[in-house]
Design a protein around this ligand. Sequence first.
Ligand code: SF4
Length: 316
Amino acid sequence: MTEPRPDAPSDPCREIGSIAAGLRARLEGESRAGLAAVRRATPAEVEAAKNAPKCGMRSAECGMNGNGRLSHSALRTPHSAPDSAEAARASPEAVAGALKHELAAHVHPAVRTLDLFEFGSAEAENVNRDEALARIAAEVAVCDRCRELAASRTHTVPGQGSPHAKLVFVGEGPGEEEDRQGLAFVGRAGELLTKMIEAIALAREQVFICNIIKCRPPANRTPMPDEASNCMPYLMRQLEIIRPKVICALGGTAAKWLLQTHDGITRLRGRFYPYRGAQLMPTFHPAYVLRNYTPDTRRKVYDDLLKVKAAMDEAK
Ligand code: SF4
């Protein structure tokens, strides 16, 4: 599909709302997958969280309004965050509120690695990864969070590969062939990805391959921000189950959504970014490589993949 031209959300309030929604979905998803016990807040705790002071600022200065929503001024004004530990004792909802507040205080236009949780929680150790991934695929198969995509897709494409992969490739979204077969990276770009994997002495069966979104956008257009926000919780749950050592983001859309940055792939590629206990390497999307099949482009991708392999070997 077309090389991603990611459009990160431009409205910070909406973006923070998406993060909070993703966090909520993730906690609920983890609970369903048996990864974490999510205790519902008692009515008294919810009431206490609502009435608690949101930060050390005077109310006129604080961007958090009575409904716990953030104003634009808050997003621009760094200030002290509430005591997360105290919130953690209160309820998961209060924790989500505290994290939202902290994120709002530190929003930065450059890379913001949302390192809220690390992969590899103790609870995840005992999960049957095949079953947990199959459960996500089953949810994806009936998902209609994005009405347009749900109406136009032939198949959902949750991703495939080893549940124990040390390396996960994340692309933008399914193309025509992927939509037809229900498998990620099986078109021309997929063939090139196979060669890229083999170039570092691995096989497709040893890695996991998936996308930011699980349904093909019409005419292979770039996913809309709300579509990516809708679908990211599925990807986060997959990564939590697989717990890779290295994640390779293929192309600008995947890199930008994973790292929450506005920077382009040319600037991002070639180095690692810490990502929830794993290392994330952005590189060019195979579709871009096919369109720019020059020695220089191929050399850059190969260099990136060599670094990926070295990081995998080091993490053994
Ligand atoms: S793209 Fe993801 S969130 Fe949107 S309908 Fe498909 S599976 Fe659901």
